[in-house]
Every structure is written in C-alpha cells, then in structure tokens.
Design a protein around this ligand. Sequence first.
Ligand code: ATP
Length: 217
Amino acid sequence: MRLAMLGGTFDPVHLGHLRSAVELHEALALDRVHLIPAKAPPLRGEPSVAPSQRLALLRLGIGDTPGLVADDRELSRVGPSYSADTLASLREEWGDGARLVMALGHDAFLRLAEWHSPQRLFELAHLVVVDRPDHQAALPAALRELIAGRESEDVESLMARPAGGLLRLRLPSRMAISATALRERLADGRSIRYLLPEAVERHIIANGLYRPDRDCT
Ligand code: ATP
C-alpha cells in the first residue's frame, strides 16, 4: 500500500491543491491521497471559515476524482492539529509495511523545523516536497540539519523503505494559486473563476463565505 496525506487549512481548497494531489498520485504511483483539513493549525491564525465548511468545500472540490479522499480525521480531535498524530493514526490503520508519504508545498516545508516533533514525522513517513512557483526561498539552517542524509534521488529509491526519506518534486502543472489570494479576491468582490472548481465557487458565493461583512467561523 502506498498512500499520502496532504494536510492543510484548505481555506478554501483550490486547483493548486487538487491538481498537485492528482499529479502526486500519478508520480508516486499511490493508491490514494488523503486531503486532511486541520481544525486548528498550530502555526497560523484562526482560519476564516469553520472546519465543517472547509471540509464541505473540500468534498465538493474532490467530487469523484479517482484516488483522492477528503479525510476528516483531524476535525474530531481535541486540541491542536499535529501532523505527527495524523500520520500515527494512518500508520496504525495501514501497518508497518505501508509506504506512507506526507506531502507538502515548499512554503510549508520551509517552516518544518518549527513543527511539533519534526523528527517523529520522519519516523512515521517520507516527506515529499512539492515546488510552488509563487514560493521560492533558500532552506533555513535548522531545516538543512533536520533533513541531512534523508534526501532520495527518485521515487523508487524513496519507496524502497516505508518511511524516513525526503524527495523534492517538481510536478508538471505548477500553479501560482494560493488560498490567501483567493480570500483577498473574494473580500474585494473580484473574480475567482478558474482558480478553483466551479462547485466550490458556487458554494462559496451561495453561502456568502469570505465576505468581510459575514462571520463564518
Ligand atoms: P494560504 O494562502 O491560506 O496559506 P495555501 O494556498 O498555501 O493557503 P494550505 O491549505 O495552507 O493552502 O496548503 C495545504 C498544503 O498544500 C500545503 O502543504 C501547501 O504548501 C500546499 N499548496 C497550497 N497551494 C499549493 C499550490 N498552488 N501548489 C502546490 N502546493 C500547494
């Protein structure tokens, strides 16, 4: 079994997330990619809309896409959403032999050394870092130390073990789309068309989400 988690705020989900998940599924020959919204992301402010709304948007965005799963396991947990706990629950479900991947974008990767027990992430999973055209910066020293000796050259050498490696990937359709830019556009009443699935756009508009005059938390 090969599976990946792509955790995030998904505030809201957009084509950068969804297309990356599809291309990861293909590039790593995964059985499935779990997209997992965080209830209370530890390293950022309160999301703009409630977890149940972000999950509903994610479900609409995924629709019937093969291999992609909207996974709500962090929403029922009490306290902060630590990825290590999420990986531990996936590992328990799928066993020691499963190839487990935590996928994340380059922006999130840059802050990895600040996460809760970052070493434990590598005990539980491989890390696969996806390049983002809108985020390019050098790795901080603490991060370079954390990943020293872990980097794999290709998918097959990464997948030779169940966990512990790091692979940096440039996926074919890199997209300069961020949820921050979408929230700004919605707050200003500008178009978000073609930046996220139509069903997600319809739900946002119909429910007045991300409008400055509405409190959706
Ligand atoms: P925000 O702008 O609110 O920080 P975001 O667009 O970065 O949000 P998140 O929900 O924080 O979205 O991201 C979840 C995961 O998806 C992170 O690992 C992030 O790096 C990755 N990701 C987000 N957008 C893209 C994109 N356009 N291409 C590749 N990866 C992405």
